[in-house]
Design a protein around this ligand. Structure first.
Ligand SMILES: [Zn+2]
Length: 433
């Protein structure tokens, strides 16, 4: 008989309350023992016992003394952010980034390498896993959870890609299962622009919790909306996939997706190069590239525009205006407080953001545009890995999940249970008659 083990096992309700207590401290809503008593309605003894337990497993630690409220001063509590680590990655159109962060999304280490979106899914993940192994050795950490952003629509609950236009071989590929065969840690997969938006919302230039619309202008074009602190994913996870909205009737504007007139074909780096190729001889900068026997890249166009080449500059401006007009429609619909421009387009120079902001505000309704903040991404192209890590951490501390591991002080070894709980908590309730 294992009566001792059974009697010491916490009830689900107990674990839930313990999880709530940790989250109150983590989010700063209640940081002293008396505040925790007030917020949870639990007695002093129970709170003291739980706090002691959380300290013993290394999750909480003592902070500074709280300002006195008249009575005896209380010591504050903080989450030990280095108690665990998230491993995160962004698999973009042309490069892969990987990072290790602490439990508040602070970068501990970072790596990146070039990558071709045509590469096979399993080979790509082998390379990413090798990057994670090197990061694990360098940081002497192990992953509590993985957060991975990929350049395509993602079925969030399954962790798999759905018909990604620029990564055709990845259709239906389950990134979560691939990592789960190698690690007993929960894995969260999302669209790359969604995690960039999340990173900027949490850790970018502060914006008083305003809803944030992130616009990626790179090889492709995408959008991510964070509202009330959460990513808006839509019914199938395809929200924000704006690159293939039709913006012109011109049948000559062919897109990589097989259709014509897409925003990405007009304004993405790939589309920009295709449009400029026939007239490149009129530009000294671009024809110089072609004379070297190289094929033209979006970076060449950006460099030429930054150097004032008239043809490249006007093509970049037209592209940016087309993005701004589309984003004006989104702003009129969703009314975010902040619009962030990110991606390789930023490398052309700061005037890019000014022009984008002008066109956007001109085209936006008065009320939605009245105190709209338009700015460039502020995390040095690392908002994606930071956001992906925060996504994984938020899932670990999700009220439905945290109770499942909090007693042990680590989620390692509970991946299957955590996935089931998180998916059950996001499943829509049945419609009542
Ligand atoms: Zn398209």
């Amino acid at each position: 008989m294992t009566t001792t083990a059974v009697s010491s096992a916490p009830s689900p309700q107990d674990a839930f309350i313990y999880g709530r207590l940790i989250n109150l401290v983590r989010t700063g809503q209640a940081v002293t023992r008396p505040e925790l008593e007030r917020e949870t309605g639990l007695g002093r003894k129970v709170i003291a016992q739980r706090v002691r337990q959380a300290m013993e497993v290394g999750l909480l630690e003592n902070g500074e003394m709280a300002p006195s409220q008249g009575g005896r001063p209380s010591r504050t509590l903080t989450l030990r952010n280095e108690a665990g680590h998230a491993y995160s990655a962004v698999i973009g159109a042309t490069e892969m980034s990987a990072a290790v962060t602490t439990l508040d999304g602070t970068l501990v280490d970072f790596a990146h390498q070039d990558w071709e979106s045509a590469d096979r899914a399993d080979e790509t993940l082998e390379r990413l896993d090798a990057m994670f192994s090197r990061l694990a050795q360098r940081t002497r950490t192990r992953p509590w959870a993985f957060g991975i952003g990929v350049a395509g629509p993602v079925d969030f609950s399954a962790g798999a890609l759905v018909a990604p236009p620029i990564m055709p071989g990845w259709n239906g590929f389950n990134v979560r299962s691939w990592f789960r065969e190698r690690y007993d840690a929960p894995v969260w997969v999302d669209n790359d622009v969604n995690v960039m938006a999340l990173g900027e919302w949490h850790r970018g230039t502060p914006s008083d919790g305003r809803d944030l619309l992130y616009i990626l202008v790179d090889l492709g074009i995408g959008a991510g909306l964070v509202s009330g602190g959460s990513v808006f994913r839509g019914h199938h996870g395809a929200a924000g996939d704006i690159g293939h909205i039709q913006v012109t009737d011109d049948p000559a504007v062919l897109c990589r997706c097989g259709r014509t007139g897409c925003l990405e074909a007009v304004s993405g780096g790939w589309g920009l190069v295709q449009r400029l190729l026939p007239e490149a001889s009129a530009s000294p900068a671009l024809s110089a590239v072609l004379k070297q026997g190289r094929s033209l890249t979006p970076q060449d166009v950006g460099l030429a525009a930054a150097a004032g080449d008239p043809l490249a500059s006007s093509a970049v401006e037209e592209s940016l205006d087309a993005v701004a007009r589309t984003v004006a429609t989104l702003v009129s619909f969703a009314n975010p407080g902040t619009v962030v421009l990110g991606g390789g387009a930023l490398r052309i120079g700061p005037e890019i953001v000014d022009r984008f902001a002008r066109t956007l505000v001109e085209r936006t309704s008065d009320l939605a545009g009245s105190d709209l903040v338009v700015r460039s991404a502020s995390l040095d192209f690392r908002e994606g890995v930071i956001g992906a890590a925060l996504l994984a951490i938020e899932q670990l501390f999700n009220p439905a999940a945290v109770g499942l591991w909090i007693e042990e002080g680590t989620p390692v070894g509970r991946a299957a249970m955590l996935h089931r709980a998180a998916i059950a908590s996001t499943t829509r309730p049945p419609r009542t008659a």
